[in-house]
Design a protein around this ligand. Structure first.
Ligand SMILES: Cc1cc2nc3c(=O)[nH]c(=O)nc-3n(C[C@H](O)[C@H](O)[C@H](O)COP(=O)(O)O)c2cc1C
Length: 341
C-alpha cells in the first residue's frame, strides 16, 4: 500500500477507536433548550425535510467527507452511499487526491455513485492541491468519477503541519479556491477538518464566491491528536487541543454568511440535540464524521441505520418540545445560555 493509502487506513482505525477527540468541547453544553409547555401541534405533522443548496433532503444531516483512496475504503463508501440513497442525505467522499496519483483507486470513490444513483454526492480535494492551481482536466476527473453535485475543498493546515511529509506551502490556496469557483458549474463548499473557520476566514471564502462553508470546529475529532498518535508520540502535544470550538465558529460567523452563502455546522456533532442547537445558531444543516465511521466499521449498514433512526426520533421530539414543526423554525430564541457555576 502506498503512503497516502496507509495514512488513510490509519485514520480510519484511529478515529474508529474514539480516543482521538479534543479535550475541549464543541460548546453545545453552554446552551440549553427553552422548553415549550404549550406546543399546540400534532407531532405527526412535524417534518424534518431540509433545503440545502437548492435541494431537499430527508433530514438536516450531511455525512462528512471521510474516506476513499485505498482498497479498504470501498466497502465503507458503498455502505454509506446506499444509506444516503435510502434516506436522501447528502454525502461527501474523502479526499480524492490519491486517485489523481493512482487512477486504479478511482473505483473506491465511484462505487458511491453506483450505490447512490440519485443522492447528493460531493467530491473532495485539499486546499493544498489547489495552491499551485489544479488543472481543469484533473478537476473534471474528480467530479466525473462520482458525478458530483458539489465540490468540497478541505482546509487542514494543522494536520499538514503535524504530518510527516505534509503539504506545507499554503500560499495561493485562496486564489485556487476563487479559480475553482469560476471553473466548475457545481457549487463549491469549503470546510475545515476540525480546527474551525474563524469569521475572518469565512469572510474571505464568501468573497471567493463559495456556495457554502462548513465550520468543522473543534470539539470532535482532533486531527492534531490523530497525527500525534500516528507519529508514535507518548506525550500529548499542544496542537492536540488546538482550534476554535464549533459553537464559537457558528455564532461568530452567522452575520458574515447571511444571504451570501450557506452555513454547515460540524465538528463534534454527536447527537440530535447538537444538530438542533446548530440550526438554532444559524446553520442550515449539520454534518458529522466520527460517529458514522464508527457505526459502519462496528456494525455495518444496520449500525448506521440504527444510529440514524435514533437521531431522527430524538430530533422530532426536540422539535415538538420547542413548538417547532420544521427545522427552519429553529432559532436562537429557543436557546438560553447556561450559567456555569
Ligand atoms: C476517518 C476520517 C477521515 C477523514 N478524511 C477526510 C478527508 O479526506 N477530507 C475531508 O475533508 N475531511 C476528512 N475528515 C474530516 C471530517 O470530514 C470532519 O471534518 C472532522 O472529522 C470533524 O468532524 P467530527 O468531529 O464529526 O469527526 C475525515 C474524518 C474521519 C473521521
Amino acid at each position: 500500500m502506498d503512503e497516502i493509502g496507509k495514512r488513510k487506513k490509519d485514520h480510519l482505525e484511529i478515529t474508529r477507536a474514539g480516543n482521538a477527540g479534543y479535550e475541549k468541547t464543541a460548546g453545545f453544553e453552554r446552551y440549553d433548550f427553552i422548553h415549550d409547555a404549550l406546543p399546540e401541534m400534532d407531532p405527526e405533522e412535524i417534518t424534518c425535510e431540509t433545503r440545502f443548496l437548492n435541494r431537499w433532503f430527508g433530514f438536516p444531516l450531511f455525512i462528512s467527507s471521510m474516506t476513499g483512496g485505498h482498497h479498504d475504503a470501498l466497502p465503507v463508501n458503498a455502505v454509506i452511499a446506499a444509506f444516503c440513497e435510502k434516506y436522501n442525505l447528502p454525502f461527501g467522499v474523502g479526499s480524492q487526491r490519491a486517485m489523481l496519483e493512482d487512477p486504479s483507486l478511482a473505483a473506491t470513490f465511484s462505487v458511491v455513485r453506483d450505490e447512490a444513483p440519485s443522492a447528493f454526492i460531493a467530491s473532495n480535494i485539499g486546499g493544498a492541491q489547489l495552491a499551485g492551481g489544479l488543472e481543469k482536466e484533473k478537476i473534471a476527473l474528480l467530479v466525473d468519477s462520482v458525478r458530483a453535485d458539489a465540490v468540497i475543498v478541505h482546509l487542514n493546515p494543522l494536520q499538514e503541519l503535524r504530518q510527516t511529509k505534509g503539504d506545507r506551502n499554503f500560499s495561493g490556496i485562496r486564489e485556487g479556491i476563487r479559480t475553482l469557483v469560476s471553473d466548475v458549474e457545481i457549487p463549491v463548499i469549503v470546510k475545515e477538518t476540525g480546527a474551525g473557520l474563524s469569521p475572518t476566514v469565512i469572510e474571505q471564502l464568501v468573497d471567493c464566491g463559495v456556495a457554502a462553508v462548513d465550520v468543522a470546529g473543534a470539539g470532535g475529532t482532533s486531527w492534531g491528536r490523530v497525527e500525534n498518535i500516528r507519529s508514535g508520540a507518548t506525550e500529548a502535544h499542544f496542537t492536540d487541543n488546538w482550534g476554535i470550538p464549533t459553537v464559537d465558529c457558528l455564532l461568530s460567523s452567522k452575520e458574515h454568511v447571511e444571504d451570501k452563502c450557506e452555513l454547515i455546522a460540524s465538528g463534534g456533532i454527536r447527537s440530535s440535540q447538537d444538530i438542533a442547537k446548530s440550526l438554532c445558531m444559524g446553520a442550515v444543516i449539520a454534518a458529522t464524521a466520527q460517529p458514522i465511521i464508527k457505526a459502519v466499521l462496528d456494525n455495518g449498514y444496520d449500525g448506521l441505520e440504527a444510529l440514524y433512526k435514533q437521531w431522527e426520533d430524538d430530533f422530532r421530539l426536540i422539535l415538538c418540545l420547542l413548538g417547532c414543526d420544521r427545522p427552519t423554525d429553529l432559532d436562537m430564541i429557543h436557546l438560553r445560555r447556561v450559567t456555569m457555576r
